[in-house]
Design a protein around this ligand. Structure first.
Ligand code: AMP
Length: 115
């Protein structure tokens, strides 16, 4: 069996995280190496590797996660100035932790393209 990802270990309470939101479907916590004043990761509790591994049964879950992202962004005071949501998919897409996650970033100007 493959090793649990670092995010699975956070979900299992083996590794601490600075949690900002939790419900029955997802968990959100501060990124350990923030790239912006606000940099929060939102992950499903269900073990899904990446966007590529989503199926139709995950449709409600993904919609729910986006509403949670919206709520956190508002709570963090990002709604007025705007924010960015990133989901890296696969090694070539910059994904390093293979448990689906969304980066919520804000609190500074975010140039486009991101590079
Ligand atoms: P990605 O490159 O899209 O897979 O993003 C993985 C993110 O997880 C990176 O921004 C890391 O800084 C972050 N990260 C890795 N380990 C932890 C951890 N233990 N707690 C919080 N964030 C983490």
């Amino acid at each position: 069996m493959s090793e649990p990802t670092i995010f699975k270990r956070i979900l299992d309470g083996e590794i601490p995280a600075d949690v900002v939101y939790e419900d029955d479907q997802c968990l959100a916590f501060h990124d350990v190496a923030p790239q912006a004043p606000v940099h929060i990761l939102v992950i499903p509790k269900k073990e899904i590797v990446s966007i590529e591994h989503l199926s139709e049964e995950d449709e409600q879950l993904v919609g729910h996660i986006f509403l949670v992202i919206q709520k956190i962004a508002r709570d963090q005071g990002l709604a007025n100035d705007g924010y960015r949501v990133i989901c890296n998919c696969g090694k070539g897409g910059g994904q390093t932790v293979f448990h689906l996650h969304y980066h919520l970033m804000g609190g500074r100007d975010l140039p486009w393209p991101p590079g």
